[in-house]
Design a protein around this ligand. Structure first.
Ligand SMILES: Nc1ncnc2c1ncn2[C@@H]1O[C@H](COP(=O)(O)OP(=O)(O)O)[C@@H](O)[C@H]1O
Ligand SMILES: [Mg+2]
Length: 389
């Protein structure tokens, strides 16, 4: 596991007249609603903990008001956390001087917002080069760099236009280009595509995934849309009333939602596009992998033809080629149920570990039982793309 790029430990943000004292004296186990009723303070973020690996896309998902924007703004102290610790590249952000914070925000972390946040009176190229201008880069160099980035986001030739002359999707490309222009290690996206029409939104998601494959930045991506979270995220943290209630891969979350709030999000997800053979397989007496075994990481939708044509169960192998289970058409059909039937519920001995600030689900197995499971304490290697629809 690589050194995490971002570590967020026990972070709280409370809005109100006396937030620090309130947190010191208050019963921290009380819910947001109880706290507000008793003290008039609003818990925007409650004891949030997570880590983001270098090159990972970490999604923060939750309903409006669940604390997503506040949480990610705490990462660079655009909002000052009331308590907790934040480390970026091993540096303690919570102890940084104003000057160090400015350097961090100018050089290392860039943000993309829902409503683009472009300067209306500046042309596209001038918008993109803004961060370089702040840094003191000369006019010629910064415009040259901006033109390069403009090509990268597919807007070559639009540099002399004003933002108002561009569609919403194009404006958001400019927003992305502006963030990329300073060559940050970390990009934070706060619902960047939520204002876009569905088809444009999908294009933008795909383009960002392709860019990410090439650039391998560390991404923190906020959305309130679960299909978008699944498309974009290596892992997803789900927030509710300020708390992270579950963190895991999309497969972990779909296979084992932590509670009914999470389960509601997963209900419409086509499970065969998210679950893998290793998650739905059953234990086996087979030891011979044969000539064409199923890999444990193979997604079910890629196996449907083979399973439909097979007379008997197929062996499932791990990365080292050892047989770890078997899979057949009936297992797959049962796994497609949104609400697991008795056969699946019996096997609910999934690997689950309580991580600080929310449940962390690891590699999970629904179905009979797991041959081998990880605890979920580690950060998986980016980037596994799961694309829906
Ligand atoms: N400056 C503020 N003062 C008081 N309450 C705030 C402030 N900013 C956010 N909140 C409250 O904190 C909670 C979380 O807000 P936010 O982080 O914007 O959620 P999200 O981004 O998930 O929609 C909400 O209840 C919101 O009303
Ligand atoms: Mg928000």
């Amino acid at each position: 596991m690589s050194e995490p790029m971002i570590v967020c430990r026990g972070v709280w943000k409370i809005f109100g007249p006396d937030a620090v004292r309130m947190l010191e004296t208050h019963d921290r186990s009380l819910s947001r609603a109880e706290t507000e009723a008793r003290t008039g303070h609003i818990i925007a973020v409650k004891d949030a903990s997570f880590r983001v690996a270098k090159g990972e896309c970490f999604v923060v998902m939750g309903l409006s008001g669940s604390g997503k924007s506040t949480l990610v703004r705490c990462l660079t102290r655009l909002i000052e956390p009331t308590d907790g610790k934040i480390m970026i590249s091993g540096q303690d952000v919570t102890r940084m001087s104003r000057r160090a914070l400015l350097t961090l925000r100018r050089n290392k972390v860039a943000m993309v917002f829902q409503h683009f946040g472009l300067f209306p009176h500046r042309k596209v190229l001038e918008n993109i080069s803004y961060g370089l201008e702040v840094r003191g880069v000369g006019l010629k160099d910064r415009l040259a760099k901006a033109a390069k980035i403009l090509d990268l986001v597919g807007l070559g030739g639009w540099g002399d236009r004003y933002p108002r002359e561009l569609s919403g999707g194009m404006q958001q490309r400019v927003g992305l280009a502006r963030a990329l222009a300073v060559d940050p290690e970390i990009l934070i996206f706060d619902e960047p595509f939520s204002a876009l029409d569905p088809l444009i939104r999908r294009d933008m998601q795909n383009e960002l995934l392709e860019l990410q494959n090439r650039l391998q930045k560390t991404l923190v991506f906020i959305t309130h849309d679960f299909p978008e979270a699944i498309r974009m995220g290596d892992r997803i943290a789900i927030m509710k009333d300020g708390e992270i209630v579950q963190t895991g891969t999309s497969e972990d979350i779909v296979a084992n939602p932590a509670d009914s709030y999470v389960a509601d999000f997963t209900e419409d997800v086509p499970r065969y596009k998210v679950l893998s053979a290793g998650t739905v397989m059953r234990p086996t007496a087979l030891s011979d992998p044969g000539t064409a075994p199923v890999r444990s990481s193979d997604r079910i939708d890629s196996l449907i033809n083979r399973l439909a044509d097979a007379d008997s169960a197929l062996p499932v192998v791990d990365d080292g080629g050892a047989v770890v289970g078997e899979i057949d058409a009936s297992i797959v059909m049962k796994a497609m149920q949104t609400t697991p039937g008795p056969a699946l519920a019996d096997g609910a001995d999934c690997a689950k570990a309580e991580g600080p600030g929310g449940r962390q689900t690891g590699s999970t197995m629904i179905g009979q039982s797991a041959a081998k499971q990880s605890t979920g304490a580690s950060i998986p290697t980016p980037k596994r793309q799961i694309r829906l629809r």
